[in-house]
Design a protein around this ligand. Structure first.
Ligand code: PEP
Length: 256
């Protein structure tokens, strides 16, 4: 049986709420041409655009995701957004630990772990981003860095039957660079991650409740090479998700 790929769009802080709505509309129109649509699709706009995009995609085979959440459910946490509120708004997914958050707001593995717990407690599927920097890769530390990030993000977590988790392997140095890693290198990293997951959870849970996806300069001209790798269950896309045409092309190739 073919695997069901997941295609996740991370719009980052690239679009205003009005532009997010326009792009959601254009994507809905383009994806309508793909019949049958078998891939799972998730759009992750910025916080301000979530409710508008939620309304647009109602009744469509498209899910909504946020780009971050806070770990406390409610309270005096100025500027933060709770996983509970995201769920209430219609989000099913939340990106956590993206390298841009690790870099620009110094998000730590410990904070990411708390956020993963909050996401699961509020029926959200965490998309946990891990990946090495160029320096770590040059030092030969890639496998240990990503293993540690996965392990730290999942510390103290026991998956309940209904829980689902996505790990996104995103080599930091290729994000937004236009140059992806070799698909075989991504496949190797996915196997390393899979082993860490098997050390944490049962084999059944890893096979049935967790997907491992690749992100980092995925484009229509390279996506096929990633999706044929056996351990790659889908893609997380930044730049190529900002135009309906290129996003739909990625979905077509993931629609196995
Ligand atoms: C990302 O930031 O998650 C990402 C994959 O970006 P890009 O596709 O632009 O490299």
């Amino acid at each position: 049986m073919d695997k069901q790929n997941i295609v996740i769009a991370n719009w980052k802080m690239n679009l205003s709420p009005a532009d997010s709505l326009k792009l959601a509309e254009a994507i809905i129109a383009k994806l309508g041409e793909i019949k049958p649509l078998k891939a799972q699709i998730v759009l992750c706009p910025d916080f301000l655009s979530l409710s508008g995009v939620a309304q647009k995609i109602t009744g469509q085979p498209i899910m909504l995701g946020a780009q971050d959440c806070f770990w406390e459910p409610v309270g005096a946490f100025t500027g933060e957004v709770s996983a509970q509120f995201l769920h209430e708004l219609g989000c099913a997914y939340v990106i956590l630990g993206h390298s841009e958050r690790r870099q620009y707001v110094a998000e730590t593995n410990e904070q990411i772990n708390l956020k993963v717990k909050a996401a699961l407690a509020n029926s959200l599927i965490p998309i946990i981003c891990v990946g090495e920097t160029f320096a770590e890769r040059q030092e030969g530390d890639k496998d240990s860095v990503i293993s540690q990030q996965v392990s730290n993000a999942l510390t103290g977590i026991r998956l309940l039957d209904q829980d689902k988790v996505i790990i996104a392997y995103e080599p930091v140095w290729v994000i937004g660079s236009g140059q992806a890693v070799a698909p075989e290198e991504a496949e190797h990293a996915h196997r390393v991650i899979r082993q860490v997951l098997i050390d944490h959870f049962s084999m059944n849970a890893v096979n049935g409740q967790i997907k491992i996806i690749y992100g980092g300069s995925v484009k229509p001209n390279n996506v096929g090479n990633f999706l044929i790798q056996p351990a790659i269950d889908g893609i997380l896309v930044g730049g190529a998700s900002l135009e309906a045409e290129s996003f739909a092309e990625l979905v077509k190739q993931a629609n196995l």
